[in-house]
Design a protein around this ligand. Structure first.
Ligand SMILES: Cc1cc2nc3c(=O)[nH]c(=O)nc-3n(C[C@H](O)[C@H](O)[C@H](O)COP(=O)(O)O)c2cc1C
Length: 243
């Protein structure tokens, strides 16, 4: 699936919490499987694995769930958010309802983590039994652009990023720097520290898709850079016109 399809999905997706109990077709699952094999990572060199679960493996009212397991390395949570959001947008574009489950691991003893990896994220999914698409951006309950960035030259790109989903809809991200060199940070939070790292990866996925839509390339780096007060540095993005 190309990035434009995922980009368009940003403007219509919503979390689905009511599902038809019937499973998806084998073909839909096979296509999802194929998509997941091509998901782009954010941080190179972190081993990850998606696992599709069966209904009895995890507590959810959806007929399916996918978990992301990862090697524990710097940036692993942010990387997981970046990767799983591609799956979330793929499902939305394919008219399959989905919802992130930040705390729901597979039931003990049901699914063994791959060797050397730990569970990081779950997305449940299935045929929706409720409306699954928003009609316009006014239906999103989100912060305004000036609450998430002081780089006005980047607002046309950040309009998509602003709509990204986050745990408890906290939207912890902030974008500073310049339109060519963006610094991404997040608000300090003791309670949501781990989930906010995943959230930031989700926002970076939307940033990459929005830049791609504008004909730009982005290179992320993770060496510490100055950030606004009360923020935690997460990543920097070097933006260039696509060659
Ligand atoms: C990392 C993460 C964890 C989440 N965990 C849960 C959860 O456990 N249960 C739930 O109902 N929704 C969960 N959500 C969904 C958010 O509540 C939802 O994305 C947010 O309120 C924005 O709404 P929207 O997705 O409909 O745009 C989670 C979202 C993220 C990104």
């Amino acid at each position: 699936m190309d990035y434009e399809v995922l980009y368009d999905a940003i403007f219509h997706r919503r979390s689905v919490r009511k599902y038809d109990s019937a499973p998806l077709t084998d073909q839909a699952i096979a296509e999802l499987h194929e998509f997941m094999q091509g998901v782009k990572p954010l941080v190179p060199g972190i081993k990850t694995e998606f696992k599709l679960l069966l209904p009895g493996d995890i507590k959810t009212n959806a007929p399916h769930a996918v978990c992301l397991y990862s090697e524990k390395k710097d940036g692993w949570r942010m990387n997981a958010g970046f990767m799983m959001e591609q799956v979330d947008l793929y499902l939305s574009a394919d008219n399959i309802g989905a919802c992130w489950l930040g705390m729901t691991k597979p039931d003990k003893g049901k699914v063994a983590p791959p060797a050397g990896m730990e569970w990081l994220a779950t997305l449940c999914f299935g045929t929706p039994a409720q409306p699954m698409h928003r009609e316009g951006t006014e239906q999103f309950n989100r912060k305004s652009l000036n609450e998430i960035s002081n780089v006005t030259d980047l607002y046309h790109v950040l309009e998509a990023v602003r709509l990204a989903p986050s745990a408890m809809n906290k939207q912890p991200w902030f974008f500073s720097g310049s339109a060519e060199h963006v610094v991404i940070s997040r608000k300090k939070s003791l309670m949501l520290d781990k989930l906010n790292q995943i959230d930031t990866g989700i926002a970076l996925c939307c940033l990459m898709l929005a830049l791609s839509h504008q004909g730009k390339d982005v290179k992320f780096s993770f060496g510490k850079q100055p950030v606004p007060e009360k923020q935690i540095f997460m990543a920097a993005a070097e933006i260039t016109a696509r060659a």
